[in-house]
Design a protein around this ligand. Structure first.
Ligand code: G1P
Ligand code: ZN
Length: 543
């Protein structure tokens, strides 16, 4: 073999965001762009010679090409073995599972999650550490620092590996094991949930529809729901992964998963609907004519966790991202367990899970998961729901109504303004910050501002501090508006407005969230001067 040392120049824009480095495919296709970032990862993590790496991606356009490049760079950088999913595929939670199960040094996941794919779509790459979770900020910061001073990278001149054939191949002295991308993950799911009970449910007239959105979960869903749980074949839709996700936007929410939503809100609707995103870590849960907000989903899973064999001993604690509603806090309080509030992004949950402080975690952005891996996990959430429904034998709506009757309802919605000019979006945030002194005590209709701040977080495990994680306007009655700029977008800026109001009155629990939050929505626009500052009068996505 020949190891080639290639001279290169730094790119200035390789700063990882909320979840790795995400850019247009065309950016990654620039000469040396991917290689620079991969070398910056290797230079940062300093793996011992002969170390094992896990590698796989969501199968989007450029995945195969990138896998071959990374394999050659891993060989040139002294790795001894790489476990790569068949076809270069591993869903994000499956990659986390593989890293943990085979105790690899770490893993590289190729994904731009729910962002569109294809030659003119997005691509992404991130590094996960030995615990199976996204690298913490001190590592991603170091990767960025290395990317700014890189002058060369190492790669071998070997031939491509046949990624579709299971087996072990040699690449310039390094072993490449092409592994079944689905098997290990399916085993893990079977160990956590009552598959016998779910099988009975699915064979007793209960109908489900799972939408893989032409993305990575198709083969996982087929193995689990059809092969192992005996669901009829028409329980799946869009289950063949496509490199461009069928030109869709593989984000499981009411806007982008509209095909599924129409079925669940149509005539003769199934009892249960669910969808997952591009890389399989997000989930949306629907009932017959009913939408479960991700914040409520976390609370329901926590309240009923003992029904699933993997959680029958109870849960140690819950963590939720700051913008996620406080529905889970109420459950934690009743269970007498701690509830942690972290910044947005799954990487903040890793330390808490590693330290055994929390079992369940969730984000309002359709992410739920537990300490079975260190990523959020779409199919895991779907199976958890099915497990609960299989035991309770209630409709999704009835389950939620009873949950709210017991805990009260945290009415919740998120309004996204996508593709804003960066300056305008920053202007909104600055304007809000500039008003921090005058806002407390200000009255808006029936709401009075109590406090406001820019959320900062001190990790209770390692003491690291993350500042400027989103502006919180808290009202005296416990309602809340949060403003935050997205860290995953690739075009302009995305401003997210998170709205939450607590409703203890059961007679109002059936209300549509947009109706119940109408006044808060107006207040958010007024407080931020959003219309004048951005020229927009309505959000692009409401979830
Ligand atoms: C978004 C979500 C966040 C999630 C991340 C990765 O990040 O808001 O909860 O962890 O995607 O899936 P954002 O674009 O808001 O930075
Ligand atoms: Zn994702």
């Amino acid at each position: 073999m020949t190891i080639q040392t290639i001279s290169t120049q730094p790119f200035t824009d390789q700063k990882p965001g909320t979840s790795g480095l995400r850019k247009r495919v065309t950016v990654f296709q620039q000469p040396h762009y991917l290689e620079n970032f991969v070398q910056s990862i290797f230079d940062t993590i300093d793996a011992p010679p002969g170390a094992t790496l896990a590698l796989g991606g969501d199968g989007r356009y450029y995945n195969r090409k990138a896998i071959q490049i990374i394999l050659k760079m891993a060989a040139a950088n002294g790795f001894g073995r790489v476990l790569v999913g068949q076809g270069g595929i591993l869903s994000t939670p499956a990659a986390s599972c593989v890293i943990r199960k085979y105790r690899t040094f770490g893993g590289i996941i190729l994904s731009a999650s729910h962002n569109p794919g294809g030659p003119d779509g997005d691509f992404g790459i991130k590094y996960n550490t030995a615990n199976g979770g996204p690298a913490p900020e001190k590592i991603t910061d170091a990767i960025f620092a290395n990317s700014k001073k890189i002058s060369e990278y190492k790669i071998t001149d070997s031939i491509d590996i046949p990624l579709d054939i299971l087996g072990t191949f040699e690449l310039s002295g390094m072993q490449v094991e092409v592994i079944d991308a689905v098997g290990d993950y399916a085993e893990l799911m079977a160990s956590l949930f009552d598959f016998a009970a779910i099988r009975l449910l699915l064979n007793s007239g209960f109908r489900m529809k799972f939408d893989a959105m032409h993305a990575v979960t198709g083969p996982y869903a087929r193995e689990i729901f059809i092969n192992r749980l005996g669901a009829p074949a028409d329980s799946l839709m869009n289950a063949v992964p496509l490199e461009d996700f069928g030109r869709g936007h593989p984000d499981p929410n009411l806007t982008y998963a509209h095909e599924l939503v129409e079925i669940l809100y149509g005539d003769n609707a199934p009892d249960f609907g669910a969808a997952s995103d591009g890389d399989g870590d997000r989930n949306m849960i629907l009932g017959d004519h009913f939408f479960v907000t991700p914040s409520d989903s976390l609370a329901v899973l926590a309240a009923n966790a003992r029904l699933a064999p993997g959680y029958a001993q109870g849960i140690a604690g819950i963590a939720r991202s700051m913008p996620t509603s406080a529905a889970a806090d109420r459950v934690a309080e009743e269970l007498g367990i701690p509830c942690f509030e972290t910044p947005t992004g799954w990487k903040f949950f890793g330390n808490l899970m590693d330290a055994g402080k929390v079992t369940l975690c969730g984000e309002e952005s359709f992410g739920t998961g537990s300490d079975h891996v260190r990523e959020k996990d779409g199919l895991w959430a779907v199976l958890f729901w099915l497990n609960i429904l299989a035991i309770k034998r209630q409709s999704v709506e009835a389950l939620l109504m009873r949950h709210w009757a017991r805990f009260g309802r945290n009415v919740y919605s998120r309004h996204d303004y996508e593709g804003l000019p960066t300056e305008a979006a920053n202007g909104v945030m600055q304007y809000l910050r500039a008003n921090f002194n005058t806002l407390p005590g200000a009255r808006f209709g029936r709401y009075t501002v109590d406090t406001c701040d820019d959320f900062s977080y001190t990790d209770p495990v390692d003491g690291s501090v993350s500042t400027a994680q989103g502006i919180r306007i808290m009202f005296k009655d416990g309602s809340r508006i949060v403003f935050r700029l997205s860290g995953t977008g690739t075009e302009g800026a995305t401003l997210r407005i998170y709205l939450e109001a607590y409703e203890p009155d059961t007679s109002r629990h059936h209300l549509d969230a947009q109706v119940a939050l109408a006044e808060m929505i107006e207040i958010a626009l007024e407080l931020s001067e959003l219309k004048i500052r951005t020229g927009r009068d309505k959000p692009t996505v409401i979830t």
